[in-house]
Design a protein around this ligand. Sequence first.
Ligand code: F6P
Length: 319
Amino acid sequence: MNRIAVLTSGGDAPGMNAAIRAVVRKGHHHGLEVIGVRRGYTGLIQGDFTPMDLGSVGDIIHRGGTVLYSDRSSLFKTPEGQARAVENLKNEGIDGLVVIGGDGSFRGAQKLTQQGFPTVGVPGTIDNDIAGTDYTIGFDTAVNTVIKCIDQIRDTATSHERTYIVEVMGRDAGDIALWSGLADGAESILIPEAPHNLDDIVQRLERGNRRGKRHSIIIVAEGVGSGVDIGRQIKDKTGMETRVTVLGHIQRGGSPTAFDRVLASRMGAKAVDLLIDGEKDQMVAICKNAIVGVDFDKAFSMKHQPDMAMYDLAGILAI
Ligand code: F6P
């Protein structure tokens, strides 16, 4: 193995830059040339390659976003797009590829391995929705962003004695809602993995009211539905003054936390080791704090689940 490439794909996540840095520096440590691919699979198809020396990744470990840019490519989903990508990689003399991204990006990575091109995945998404790894890069930062926002919402919620519904990201997963809800003492947390009953939520609000509680925070994962709709229903049922905040893409930006920088550094370095060891169809994962390789097929056969014991605990503590 002489030359490897790295790309970021799908929704960006804080810590992707730290992962790119780790791939480049670990690659150079082993005497490899490292090539950056701009704009994910789109850049792979267009041959948008840039050599990455040690200095090219200086001063990025603390930056959100991705210096390689990101994209969701529909052309790469076609056999023609995949064939062109492999051809470009081979023409550039590249022997292995590191794909930093989420589940959809890993499905794309596996298409390359199926065409005989060694590819390794590094889980980078704020959603924490990849089965086979305890955490994904960006999740911790997103949760910290959410709790900072909710702390601020709580100030004004207290002043005006209102009920706030906060909608958070996560696609089909409830991890961001669950972690930020437990960290922030939210009165109710609505996640797609657990059924909810609006009447229970209303009863909980009214019980709190009777105990003298003057404001409440309800967190809704986007996978459950629209926070605006849920807010309207709660207002209709309780007559309480409610406001809805949809946090949106603010959750995807910002300087990565120490946890995400360390995770990204460990995972990026492991991806290089896997390629050097001849692995070609794996993703990097963190399992009980060990950084390991997991076969894509094994990861794809599992279903991601948030920690439901944590969900139950949040319910108990919020009473
Ligand atoms: O996967 C990351 C994520 O931010 C999800 O939480 C969200 O549903 C989606 O991407 C938003 O995608 P876009 O940036 O295309 O609006």
